[in-house]
Design a protein. Structure first.
Length: 173
């Protein structure tokens, strides 16, 4: 019994010092020139690990919002454009399984195809032009944008007033 207590004590001490014991969401990123480019458009990883020349893993704490873009090509040109805005979650939250995202995340927006991805990138640029960080945008806006995109309806603008309402609602108990 005495032999097991020294081995148990250090991990508990490490967990007690952390602000959150929830595991980090791991997002795989890659870049092979003229073939594949999987990168973050926005998001603030808690840590990034470089695996080799071509691959990295970004780690996000629960609640973090990030955008991953996937571009693929073959000998004949581009074969895939994909953009996903996701929110990292805790083990108790509902999460979707997404390739390259472990253990999963809440999918806020999914755009597939060059036209859809470019439309969303234009919205992200417009948000950043307002001086608002894309990671601070309301998750409801990303869901609305994704729904409008899939229904082929006009895409809504994100305004400073809408952002102020989101921040005020988040501050309420």
């Amino acid at each position: 019994m005495a032999a097991t207590s020294p081995t148990i004590a250090p991990p508990l001490a490490v967990l007690a010092g952390r602000t959150s014991a929830a595991p980090l969401t791991r997002v795989s990123l890659a870049h092979i020139k003229h073939r594949i480019n999987i990168y973050l458009r926005f998001g603030e990883p808690a840590r990034t690990i470089r695996l080799d020349r071509w691959r990295r893993v970004a780690m996000f704490p629960p609640g973090a919002v990030f955008c991953r873009i996937r571009w693929q090509a073959n000998d004949y040109g581009t074969i895939r454009w994909q953009l996903m805005v996701m929110q990292a979650c805790t083990p108790l939250d509902v999460a979707q399984r997404i390739p390259g995202v472990l253990p999963g995340a809440q999918l806020l927006l999914h755009a597939e195809g060059e036209a859809a991805v470019r439309a969303v990138l234009a919205r992200i640029d417009a948000i950043e032009a307002l001086g608002i960080a894309a990671i601070d945008v309301s998750p409801a806006y990303w869901r609305t944008l994704g729904n409008r995109l899939s229904a082929r309806l006009p895409l809504p603008e994100y305004t400073a007033e809408r952002h102020a309402v989101w921040l005020a609602g988040r501050a309420l108990p």
